[in-house]
Design a protein around this ligand. Structure first.
Ligand code: KG4
Ligand code: ZN
Length: 351
């Protein structure tokens, strides 16, 4: 791979009126390929989800995920080109999630992307999955531009970010233990609900009342950091206690109580941070942004307090390659250089 030539191509692409990026995402249990024009227009986005495969194990089994990515990726890529009525010749650059995520799963996408970039002689953009989640909002909201405050809530991350530009962020607060999605998944699991737990809890909570006060200490009151392991343990202990006594558990009420605590925690700390930053724009990103109660609460707050709220469309809340294609465009404009064949996957990445 002639890296100087690739960087020259990237410079030329920057001046084009239409930049088409083919993006690949395989960090967890979704194999996805998308073609995105100028960071905003999704020409196609194919997502092959493995949820049904992992359901029977109660969570994602990394080795199983990697094997299924291998089986799916070529078909998913061809389907993405077909749906966009394009061929590889029409593509300006290849983008791929290289972290954070499951190492074996990421490697499938990274190696496929390297193969494509090498064979097609196209530049390769290595994209951070978490930044991609933020960019999912640029697809859903064409008028959205930085600066803004971002509440980033996924299965692996929970943070409040001050987003100054498309590529510059400052972390204002983050979780000191479990990510919020992880807490949803673990609480769902103890109640025997199906994977992914966040969706199950969201659905059950609609039929319940938030009438259980789980005993826990909020050690981080007053800071912008979150802790979800206390509430998670409180729910797990509550469920075990009930089961030991042979009593039934009320899944809708437990779900509503847990969800209400978590949403209040997320909302109150984010709003406090926005006040301190004098921010009038809130962007929510990551899988947990699909939560219906969170959406309701934040919408109410945005009307009460007069700030603008942006949340991704449901299909772009969880993992997808369109958000990677969007972020890749802004990284390109920001001066990102082409990766070469030494690119490898990273299970963790700083923002
Ligand atoms: O962003 P994502 O697809 O993957 C990561 O990058 O981690 O997020 C997955 C997480 C899972 O923990 C899942 O339970 C949670 O998002 N999730 C939800 C909902 N839909 C997905 N959590 C709460 N309510 C939902 N409706
Ligand atoms: Zn994700």
């Amino acid at each position: 791979m002639d890296i100087d030539l690739m960087d020259k191509k990237l410079e030329e692409i920057k001046n084009k009126s239409s930049v088409k990026i083919l993006a690949i995402e395989s960090s967890c249990d979704e194999t996805s390929v998308a073609i995105v024009e100028n960071g905003r227009k999704v020409l196609s986005c194919v997502i092959d989800t493995q949820i049904e495969i992992h359901k029977r194990f109660g969570g994602v089994v990394p080795e199983v995920a990697s094997r299924n990515h291998i089986l799916a990726i070529d078909n998913v890529c061809n389907e993405a080109l077909k749906q966009a009525s394009l061929t590889f010749d029409d593509i300006d650059a290849i983008a791929v999630t290289y972290g954070a995520g499951l190492l074996g799963a990421l490697l499938v996408g990274v190696n496929y992307a390297k193969g494509l970039a090498y064979a097609l002689k196209k530049p390769l953009l290595a994209i951070n999955h978490i930044k991609g989640h933020i960019a999912s909002n640029y697809i859903s909201h064409n008028d959205l531009t930085p600066p803004f405050t971002c509440l980033l809530i996924s299965g692996g991350h929970t943070a409040i970010l001050d987003v100054q530009s498309y590529t510059n962020f400052t972390k204002i607060g983050s979780t000191v233990d479990d990510a919020v999605g992880e807490a949803f998944d673990k609480v769902a699991r103890v109640m025997g609900l199906c994977y992914p737990g966040g969706v199950s809890i969201d659905n059950y909570a609609k039929k319940g009342e938030p009438n259980i006060n789980f005993a826990h200490k909020n050690i981080l009151a007053g800071s912008y950091n979150f802790s979800f392991s206390g509430i998670k343990t409180a729910v797990i202990n509550y469920v075990h206690n009930k089961k030991q006594k042979g009593e039934d558990i009320n899944i809708p009420d437990i779900s509503a109580s847990f969800q209400s605590f978590v949403v209040n925690e997320l909302a109150s700390k984010t709003l406090k941070a926005m006040k301190a930053l004098n921010s009038k724009k809130l962007v929510v990103a990551g899988g947990v942004s699909a939560n219906s109660f969170l959406k309701k609460e934040l919408t109410k707050k945005s009307e009460e307090l007069g700030f603008k709220l942006f949340m991704p469309e449901l299909k772009y809340c969880t993992d997808n390659a369109a958000m990677i294609g969007s972020m890749a465009y802004y990284e390109l404009l920001g001066g990102m250089k082409s990766a070469d064949l030494s690119l490898t996957a990273k299970s963790t990445l700083p923002l």
